[in-house]
Design a protein around this ligand. Sequence first.
Ligand SMILES: [Zn+2]
Ligand SMILES: [Zn+2]
Length: 237
Amino acid sequence: MTAETATVAEEEYLQTLFWLQEAGLPMTGANVSRAMQLSAPTVHEMVGRLERDGYITRGTDRAIAFTDSGAEHAEGIVRRHRLIERFLTDVLGVPWDEVHEEAERLEHAMSPVLEERMLAAIGNAKTCPHGHPIVAGARLQGVPLADVEVGASVRILRFENEAEDLLHYLKASGVEPGMDATLTERDDAKVVLRVADGSLSAVTPSVAETVSVIADPSPPPRTALPEQLVLGQRYGR
Ligand SMILES: [Zn+2]
Ligand SMILES: [Zn+2]
């Protein structure tokens, strides 16, 4: 049986599971617990509830899979989250490193009518301000900035981790979604980009692991490392 409406807690878990799936990481209790920075027993209990409510199934190998209802709920909450973020930046002028936590609060309370109106208000925007597609499945393949070689040109595609402390760091470093740059230096301590206007932006290699780019020449595609995606308090989704 599928519950008509998911609770806020269930929506948070469904969102995290969706995020793992989208990032190419296994949907397991261990990864959920790492992503949400919650204890294994807490996650175990909620995963059981999600299963009873008909949102997920669990295989013998402990792998979690969405049911149709679970996938629909997860896509809905993720879509509203990204839409709210885009609305806050583009329509209300909130800086992009300050919208994630606001969206976390608002996404659970939004009616379909308000969602329609917000969608109309953001015009042609197809992603959240951090580069994640508003409509599920429209995700472009990128490579981790950490893999790109010196001399390559890059376009910043997406910040994979939206934890706000990480977003503040990226903004302070001068890295912007959609920005074009050349990778000029890379060592154990930093990755340095020269932006088209001549300014330099530097981030640590572990942060560069969480930044997806389109690069030319491009390193081979690779799934981000789960450990390095948990730099902030928890994954941002
Ligand atoms: Zn977010
Ligand atoms: Zn976002």
